[in-house]
Write a protein that binds this ligand. Structure first.
Ligand code: FE2
Ligand code: FE2
Length: 151
């Protein structure tokens, strides 16, 4: 699904904003793949921004994030439901909070593209994703592991 996207990806001269590292791996293949692709989307925008191509790239970024984020969140929520993860509602709220912040940023770009602050948008994406993957997603993964041990 992400083949074409990977094929067009390059690393900018300044390096990736959020370099992928195995520390982000949670051990669930599809989820790890989703995360990796989300990092890639952010890195692509960062790269474009530094090449003064932010405006040409932002619409693609918005479209990719809209699609992949909702797909990824749905996948996680379904998985959390299957394993009866007690933190499901709380986690769902975190996802909803991201969607809300993301959509309002998207809206602010549509209203006033020239005033758009690429750096703070990138900073928001980087911080949110890193924290969410390292801290929040890890919680349900630990629950999966626990279930596996008990069965
Ligand atoms: Fe996730
Ligand atoms: Fe999540």
């Amino acid at each position: 699904m992400f083949g074409w996207f990977k094929a067009m990806s390059t690393t900018g001269a300044g390096g990736d904003l959020v370099p992928w590292s195995d520390n982000y791996l949670l051990g669930i293949k599809t989820i790890d793949e989703d995360h990796r692709n989300l990092f890639e989307i952010i890195n692509r925008l960062h790269d474009a921004f530094h090449k003064r191509q932010g405006h040409q790239t932002i619409k693609l970024t918005f479209n990719l994030l809209t699609e992949y984020v909702s797909e990824h969140f749905a996948r996680e929520e379904q998985l959390m439901g299957q394993i009866n993860f007690p933190g499901l509602e709380e986690h769902r709220m975190l996802h909803a909070g991201f969607i809300q912040a993301f959509f309002s940023t998207k809206q602010s770009y549509i209203v006033a593209p020239k005033a758009f602050d690429f750096e703070s948008f990138l900073d928001f994406l980087r911080k949110w994703l890193v924290h969410h993957v390292l801290v929040e997603d890890r919680k349900y993964v630990q629950h999966v592991m626990k279930e596996d041990d008990e069965s």
